[in-house]
Design a protein around this ligand. Structure first.
Ligand SMILES: [Fe+2]
Ligand SMILES: [Fe+2]
Length: 266
């Protein structure tokens, strides 16, 4: 299976793709093209075009969580590609979300989605393609690594948002599980542990995505220790992972550089 980073905060020198503080990844299984997140805007489509990638083959879009830096490119994608698409997401991804006084949830009315887009709401795991598992709601066995981010409006009142919608894809490979994650608000160790429990596979081939770690604090130390205990060796941290944390992680793991246009076969 091939992963292509269509959108990230970082771009490489001499590669003329466009960056956003956002995330979008294309997963090609050989039989299916699956989009995990859509970036912040139509710029994700621009990058795909510059890479020569035909997104009309995408049959499934997985939304890692409702934040606008992962969902803002969905409407432009659907407008550009009128074929039937299943959109997989946790129901809470549709809730209003705000952070520091700004709206940060899905930036459109889900009722306004075009009819060729089918919303597939699920808080439980489901197979999107052979060996590609949508994890659904992640049990917070390690609550330390899943703090609230901003607020959400669940019943007409804004409350701390623990992002129960936050999820990831677990890809079963010959070398073990490969985790493809958006922001890891649910906690990357929680995700890895849940994916292992669901699949019975304890070997972790790698993790690519945002870890939502910025400071070298107690949470980052916990994640480092637990990922080591889980046998993780290779990390592809990007999007919402600071340089300070990447540097810290690089003391313990094989940390790879990730930016727009990065590809990986797993
Ligand atoms: Fe987020
Ligand atoms: Fe994000």
């Amino acid at each position: 299976m091939k992963i292509t980073v269509l959108m990230d905060n970082y771009t490489y020198i001499d590669q003329y793709y466009l960056g956003e503080p956002a995330a979008a990844y294309l997963l090609n299984t050989g039989e299916k093209s699956i989009l995990l997140d859509t970036g912040y805007s139509a710029v994700t489509l621009e990058n795909a075009g510059r890479m020569g990638i035909d997104l009309s083959k995408v049959t499934d879009v997985v939304i890692s969580h409702g934040h606008n830096d992962h969902t803002g490119g969905l409407l432009p994608f659907l407008a550009a590609h009128p074929g039937n698409v299943n959109i997989h997401l946790h129901p809470d991804a549709l809730l209003k979300k705000r952070c520091d006084g700004l709206d940060v949830g899905i930036p459109f009315d889900p009722a306004a989605l075009p009819c060729h887009a089918k919303l597939c709401l699920s808080n439980v795991p489901k197979e999107i393609a052979p060996n590609v598992l949508f994890l659904g709601e992640i049990p917070r066995v390690n609550p330390l690594e899943a703090p609230a981010v901003g607020e959400t409006d669940r019943c007409g009142v804004f409350e701390p948002d623990f992002l129960l919608d936050d999820t990831a894809l677990a890809i079963t490979t010959a070398d073990g599980l490969f985790i493809l994650t958006g922001c890891s608000h649910a906690g990357i160790c929680n995700m890895v542990q849940y994916a292992s429990a669901l699949t019975g596979e304890s070997r972790i081939a790698g993790i690519l995505g945002g870890l939502h770690l910025f400071d070298c604090n107690e949470q980052a130390a916990f994640v480092t220790e637990r990922l080591l205990a889980l046998g993780v060796k290779t990390l592809y941290p990007c999007h919402c992972t600071s340089l300070a944390v990447k540097t810290m992680l690089a003391q313990h793991f094989d940390v790879k550089e990730v930016g727009v246009g990065f590809t990986l076969t797993v």
